[in-house]
Design a protein around this ligand. Structure first.
Ligand code: GLA
Length: 382
């Protein structure tokens, strides 16, 4: 669905629900992470691009807080100061609390949300919602926050208030994405490089939804912290796991339980791989880039153990049918597989992968094509 229809939907939902017109609005995209998985909270690089699919948030003044989404059309009252309830409005409450601390929150408000970013598909729908809400609500309070400030608001809303111990990748790309570019982010120092990227990417949804607050994600973070501690006890003076030199991996084997060593191996190799892949992408060597994607998938499957059977099947099928590369993107344990292939092969490849998945898994996966698009922007109600 094009953005104009999301905007129109959100506008008419706002008017129908609140009998008034919104006075502020913004939209922000979901993302695909090309490579660099579970490195953003370990001081390593990530390489995401912003999706053309976006979340629109329209806002108007109100007493107390009310929100409605095109998903179910029901007006929900919520209290930002209350504990998270496992609902989508938790993210809005988180954003409002963080904005409040910056004196950039309105005293109350009404919000209408429309989105084309699928939820639970590993495409950062929560960052799209939080970044768009941060822009719309700060505007409603008469403030204009920089993109950097929006990233911090959305990050703290999700991390501190909702309780997912995420890194900053999703919020950064949702705020700073540039059309026809992927963004290399070095999370140790926050530096970014925009890399021209105008290839179409095929996205296959596994249909297995993940919920990050459910535990596996935070467990991996704890494992990474424990692995870092073991590296330090073994005498390595490093700030982050990503800074462990690759040649040290062998000698660290005895320094920690095997499972922690596998997590460490993933982070260290993924760090090197992501930087090498960014180089390949910048010279448009897609065959080489694709080989890094496939390696990255094996690493999350075997060492980080954050894949799932459906994703492994999609990746194997894509490679078998001649894709440059394929991997599960996002946090994992479900979500979406990205596939890169020469443009003229995309149609035949899609048909072959869908046929394999139907035969092997017994379902038809949702498939779509995306190109790198722009980050957060203000929107006017239609
Ligand atoms: C989620 C988090 C990100 C990142 C990825 C895994 O999307 O929000 O910060 O850690 O998982 O790479």
């Amino acid at each position: 669905m094009p953005l104009t229809s999301s905007l129109r939907l959100a506008s008419s939902l706002f008017e129908a629900s609140f009998a008034s017109r919104p006075t502020a609005g913004a939209s922000a995209p979901g993302r695909v992470n090309l490579l660099g998985e579970h490195t953003d909270y370990n001081g390593g690089p990530v390489l995401p691009f912003a999706l053309p699919r976006r979340t629109v948030v329209l806002a108007g003044p109100g007493e107390g807080w009310e929100a409605v989404s095109t998903l179910d059309g029901a007006v929900v009252r919520f209290e930002p100061a209350a504990a998270p309830e496992g609902r989508w409005t938790d993210f809005l409450g988180g954003v409002i609390r963080v904005l409040h601390g910056l004196r950039a929150a309105p005293p109350g408000g009404r919000l209408a949300v429309a989105s084309t970013v699928p939820a639970g598909a590993g495409l950062a729908s929560s960052a799209a919602l939080s970044v768009a809400a941060a822009r719309a609500l700060s505007q409603l309070a008469g403030r204009r926050l920089s993109r950097e400030a929006l990233v911090e608001v959305a990050f703290h809303a999700e991390h501190d208030v909702v309780g997912v111990e995420c890194g900053r990748m999703d919020q950064m790309i949702s705020a700073h994405g540039v059309a026809r570019h992927a963004m290399l982010i070095e999370t140790a120092d926050g530096s970014t490089t925009q890399i021209p990227f105008d290839q179409p990417v095929l996205l296959f949804e596994t249909g297995v939804a993940h919920r990050l607050a459910d535990g596996e994600y935070n467990r991996r973070r704890a494992e990474c912290r424990a692995a870092l501690e073991a590296c330090r006890v073994a005498g390595l003076a490093v700030e982050d796991l990503a800074a462990v030199p690759e040649p040290a991996l062998d000698s660290l084997r005895g320094a920690m339980p095997a499972v922690l060593h596998r997590r460490l191996t993933h982070v260290v190799r993924e760090t090197a791989r992501t930087r090498a892949a960014a180089m390949a992408l910048s010279i448009r060597d897609y065959a080489r880039f694709g080989a890094f994607l496939a390696e990255g998938h094996r690493s999350i499957r075997d060492d980080f153990e954050s894949s799932c059977g459906e994703a492994d099947r999609l990746v194997e099928s894509a490679l078998r049918h001649g894709a440059w590369g394929a991997r599960l993107t996002g946090a994992g344990w479900g979500g979406t597989v990205l596939v890169m292939a020469p443009a003229e092969q995309c149609a035949a490849l899609t048909a072959a992968i869908v046929a394999d998945f139907r035969r092997e898994v017994g379902r038809t996966p949702a498939v779509w094509k995306a190109r790198a698009s722009g980050g957060v922007r203000s929107e006017r109600a239609r």
